[in-house]
Each structure stands twice: as C-alpha cells, then as structure tokens.
Design a protein around this ligand. Structure first.
Ligand SMILES: C[S@@+](CC[C@H](N)C(=O)[O-])C[C@H]1O[C@@H](n2cnc3c(N)ncnc32)[C@H](O)[C@@H]1O
Length: 192
C-alpha cells in the first residue's frame, strides 16, 4: 500500500464528501487547483464560492476554470476569506484552505492566523452535518509557524461533541513538512 500524500489525501476527502449540487467554499484559490476540483465535484447545479486577496490569483483561477469549461458554477471574490458572512449564509458542504503563499507569487503575501481563524469560525457555523473544513497547512515560511501554532491550538479546543477533528501528518518528515487538519461537523446531540 502507498500512503496518500498530503494533498491527495485532502482531495480524496473532498471526493468522498462533496456531491453534485452542493454549496462549497475554496477559502484560498491561489492558482485554482482546488477550485477546479470543487467545481467538477459540485457540477453545474452546485456552487463554489472562492476567495483570494490577490487579483493575480483570482485571474489565474478564472483562466483555469474557463479552460476546463467549469466556470459557470463558480463565484470568485477578490477579498479576504474572513469576510465570508458578507457573501453567503448558505449551508456549506465543504471548505478548503491551502495556507501559505501563492506558488510562483510573492512569498511575503501569506495567509495569517487572525483571518484564517476568523474564517474557520464562520465556516463552522455554516457547515452542514457531515460537512468538512479541510486545512492544508504549509508552515515552512516565517509567518507560517505562528499561523500553524494558532490553528493547531484552536483546533485542539474544538468541542468533541460537536465536531470530529483529525490531523494527518507524516511524523518522521523533516523540514516543516505540510500536514492536513480536517474538521467534520457531527450530528446534534438529542435532547433528553
Ligand atoms: C498556498 S496558496 C493557495 C494555493 C491554491 N489552493 C492552489 O490550488 O493553487 C495561498 C493563497 O491564499 C491567499 N490568501 C492569503 N491571505 C488570504 C485571505 N485572508 N483570504 C483569502 N485568500 C488569502 C494568497 O493570496 C494565496 O494565493
């Protein structure tokens, strides 16, 4: 057996959870790889809401979607993912974050702890039962350490009766290996 790498594991999870017609969020579009996968999974009857603070990334994502003929079900917003409540209040089946900087872009422009945590908090409210928030955590850059520590501390404190929280990592890998955290909303408890 080959263990799945970090990104394939995240994408496998999206494939298991997301169905045709779902409403999903790409919190960090970047070059649009995750956005395109989500667009394919939800199909023309679903909706992908995608965020990035860089117009360069929004343009790259838009080009990727158009080349694949998958742009009609995607709404791209050049704004921080912390502003999610301004753009939707719909139930969300899945959301993905790729934390860090835009590959091939300015390495000084990175996701940051404050906006990442604010956005995760909003998405936890919107998440459907059985829905997931996937965090792919790249932390090899200077700002990444602080963000990783803040995200892990936050996730460890999420109430276990309301959410499952899983960490998937290769614990013998050196050099700040990326890892995945998945937050899954559980069924509400029955009142006695
Ligand atoms: C690691 S890249 C994402 C890679 C992307 N998923 C892909 O498939 O190419 C991180 C992206 O997050 C964006 N970003 C940084 N802060 C953000 C914020 N507050 N809201 C939304 N996007 C942000 C960056 O501009 C960058 O494009």
């Amino acid at each position: 057996m080959n263990l799945r790498g970090i990104l394939p594991f995240a994408h496998d999870t999206l494939r298991k959870v997301v169905r045709s017609g779902d409403y999903v969020v790409d919190a960090t579009c970047g070059n649009g790889h995750d956005t395109l996968l989500l667009a394919e999974l939800v199909g023309i009857n679903g909706h992908v809401l995608g965020f990035d603070i860089q117009q360069l990334a929004i343009d790259a994502t838009n080009t990727r979607l158009e080349n694949a003929g998958a742009s009609s079900q995607v709404e791209l917003v050049c704004a921080s993912h912390a502003r999610i409540p301004e753009y939707t209040s719909k139930p969300v089946r899945a959301a993905i974050f790729n934390l860090g900087y835009l590959p091939g872009g300015d390495k000084e422009i990175t996701t940051t702890a404050d906006s990442t945590l604010e956005s995760i908090g909003h998405l936890m409210e919107l998440l459907e039962v059985g829905g997931v928030i996937i965090l792919v955590i790249y932390h090899g850059h200077p700002a990444g350490k602080q963000e990783k520590d803040a995200v892990v501390t936050f996730c460890e404190a999420i109430p276990q009766q309301d959410f499952h929280v899983l960490s998937y990592s290769f614990i013998n890998q050196k050099n700040d290996a990326p890892f995945v955290i998945i937050i899954e909303k559980r069924k509400p408890r029955q009142a006695n």
